[in-house]
Unconditional design. Structure first.
Length: 101
């Protein structure tokens, strides 16, 4: 199963690389990118690929901070609550054993 997952990831990675090279090769025109404080020139294909990957990165970061981090916090709170309840049950059980003796 692990080999199958690695094979799929390899195929996806190679496909993305081929796609990126194809896009860059087909779009060789130069574009000026003006970021207000600096200006530079890129090929259109590279600008497209860079924009795509920056969008993916921003989307992943947004998902991390909007879903993953709150869920980890909730898991920590529930684990703490479960530990406290478990300790209370242990104390009740041990006190009931002492009173039964």
């Amino acid at each position: 199963m692990l080999l199958f997952k690695r094979l799929i990831l390899f195929v996806i990675a190679v496909s993305l690389i081929v796609f990126s090279i194809t896009i860059s090769g087909l779009n060789t025109d130069k574009v000026m990118v003006d970021l207000y404080f600096m200006t530079f020139e890129l090929s259109l294909g590279f600008a497209l690929i860079l924009t795509l990957f920056m969008g993916l990165l921003i989307g992943l970061l947004m998902a991390l901070f909007s879903f993953h981090m709150p869920l980890k916090s909730q898991i920590r709170k529930l684990s703490r609550k479960n530990r406290k309840l478990l300790e209370q049950k242990r104390l009740e059980f041990s006190s009931s054993e002492i009173s039964n003796d």
